[in-house]
Design a protein. Structure first.
Length: 175
């Protein structure tokens, strides 16, 4: 997966679905629960998003798997640089750069944190969806707040993945 493909997939999930759709809907629902506004569509919009999570989740998992792969696998020199420097030298330099990248960005911890946050978010979605489907009313503020907190944490971690990811994939695209 190229850098632009990875970034597009990450952005589509993180900004397109998580932040611009789900968190925005949760904010609407919180205003309804607190009595600030009346919005008859908020509950059904939230339920639609939560039910749609299963279609969105694989994209988030794929983003994390690419990061994990980059952290654990050496790059393969496939350019004319290997002709000039020699393949062994290129592999060595790329591995040194990959290890430096892992150290500087703390990539393995970041991927692990994001993976755990994704699992916590998934569990919160399932609890909220079950509650929504089991009753005809809006979930309480505590449940909505818990889901929003998990969504924001996941969004923050997915944003951090870009900083961590750019240097290693940029190197890979030029090799």
């Amino acid at each position: 997966m190229t850098n632009s493909e990875w970034e597009n997939k990450r952005s589509t999930f993180n900004h397109g679905w998580l932040k611009n759709r789900l968190i925005a809907c949760l904010l609407r629902c919180n205003r309804v629960v607190s009595g600030l506004v009346q919005d008859e569509d908020a509950r059904s919009d939230l339920l639609d998003l939560l039910i749609g999570w299963e279609a969105v989740r694989p994209s988030a998992v794929e983003v994390l798997l690419v990061m994990e792969s980059r952290a654990h696998n050496a790059l393969d020199p496939l350019s004319s640089d290997s002709l000039t420097l020699g393949e062994v030298t290129c592999r060595y330099l790329l591995e040194v750069d990959r290890l430096r990248w892992i150290q500087l960005t703390n990539a393995e911890k970041l991927v692990n944190d994001a993976s755990n946050a994704l699992d916590e978010f998934d569990n919160a979605i399932r609890r909220t969806c079950t509650r929504l489907q089991g009753s005809g009313t809006m979930p309480d503020a505590e449940l909505l707040g818990n889901l929003e907190e998990r969504a924001r944490r996941l969004g923050s971690l997915f944003s951090s993945l870009t900083l961590c990811h750019d240097s290693i994939l940029a190197t890979d695209e030029y090799v």
